[in-house]
Design a protein around this ligand. Structure first.
Ligand code: ZN
Length: 247
């Protein structure tokens, strides 16, 4: 067997991170344990959900699903120490990458002024043949652009009123669960909180109808081999995009 490629530890010299993902549950499928670690360190982490995942439960209408899924997300965020959860109410399943989405996300970055922006994997696959989902790809690409947009006062200048300033302080964008991850963070101590935060999506998980699916076993299946590559028991992997020039 080949020795797995080692992963570098992620930087933790920051105070504010904003997580921007397409759906409730996107953070909980792997990254939430890392968030729990950071909030324990006293860092501020906020969540922005582009949709409310309202098209995610087959047996529930979007109107009812939206309410259930937002409540589950707020609870699942609370478990990992996140108090700020915002929903942008864009249409689940049919997000389009483009200027409209960049505008919305740039406004979020300008309002929260993070040093790190976290999103999900936005490559075509999760590695191998597991295809990624269209909303994830649209959001991840738009996040990268919106971080740049947020720093340019001449892009979306209509946002810069009532004291809102442009914000060029984002050092890096991190894509959780990317097949091209070169970095990881030790989640050994907070793995259980990550499991609980995924379990908080109870109605969603039930709606998936996966028989005998165990959130803990599922998360361990990723965290353990990732941990091995970092030299710890459990870890979460991220692909790092530097937002500076010449780095
Ligand atoms: Zn998703």
């Amino acid at each position: 067997m080949e020795t797995p490629e080692p992963l570098e530890p992620l930087a933790e010299t920051w105070q504010r991170a904003l997580c921007i993902v397409a759906h409730p549950d996107d953070m909980e499928f792997g990254a939430a344990a890392a968030v729990a670690r950071w909030t324990r360190q006293g860092k501020w982490v906020g969540y922005t959900m582009v949709t409310s995942g309202e098209a995610g439960i087959d047996g529930l209408s979007p109107e009812r699903s939206r309410v259930v899924r937002e409540a589950e997300q707020v609870e699942s965020a609370r478990i990992v120490g996140v108090d700020t959860v915002e929903f942008l109410h864009q249409p689940d399943g049919v997000l389009e990458y483009g200027v409209a989405l960049r505008r919305l996300l740039a406004a979020e970055v300008r309002r929260h002024r993070p040093e790190i922006v976290i999103t999900g994997n936005f490559h075509d696959t999760f590695g191998g043949r597991s295809l990624n989902q269209a909303d994830h790809i649209a959001v991840g690409k738009a996040v990268l652009d919106a971080v740049r947009d947020a720093g340019n006062r001449w892009v979306f200048p209509e946002q810069l009123q009532d004291g809102l300033e442009h914000w060029g302080g984002v050092r890096e964008v991190w894509a959780a669960g990317s097949p091209r991850s070169g970095h990881a963070v030790d989640t050994t101590e907070t793995f259980d909180l990550g499991v609980r935060s995924l379990q908080a999506h109870a109605a969603y998980i039930e709606g998936l109808g996966w028989e005998n699916w165990d959130p803990e076993e599922f998360l361990e299946g990723f965290a353990r081999p990732t941990g091995q590559r970092l030299g710890v028991s459990f870890a979460a992997a991220f692909e790092v995009f530097s937002m500076g020039w010449g780095e």
